[in-house]
Design a protein around this ligand. Sequence first.
Ligand code: FES
Ligand code: FES
Length: 161
Amino acid sequence: MIDFTLNGEAVSLDVPPEMPLLWALRESAGLTGTKFSCGIGNCGACTVHLDGAAVRSCSVPVANVAGRAVITIEGLADGEALHPLQQAWIDHQVPQCGYCQPGMLMAISALLERRPDVTDEQVTESITNICRCGTYERIRSAVQSVVQKTDEDLDEENGNV
Ligand code: FES
Ligand code: FES
């Protein structure tokens, strides 16, 4: 049995320890919001949070999460209140087919936790998730609508520098 916290609830999954976390989430825990695509850690479709950091769950053996906290796309909202990025995704009509978007949201929400004032350039550098539909421009617009502006940013926007 592998015991860990999943979206705030204690869970105990009867799965082989070497099983990828992605399989355990989808097949054993029944949370299918996290997507399988490349299966080799390249595309980011399977991104979840492990102790607050973004990880690619196809490449993490489930044994590695024992005693730790996993958040999936199903746990990103705070009850009925969407995460600000989820609302921004709706406002900016980001998804096309939508397949990559749970992973995108998990990767970018982890980045925002570390860098609440993240810039466009930092998003481009840090987020290596692949979107075959090419929604990158709308992603950048949506992210910038929720970043916390520094006083310097606001001065620059207001022409005070
Ligand atoms: S499915 Fe995990 S990185 Fe592509
Ligand atoms: S929205 Fe289709 S792959 Fe990203």
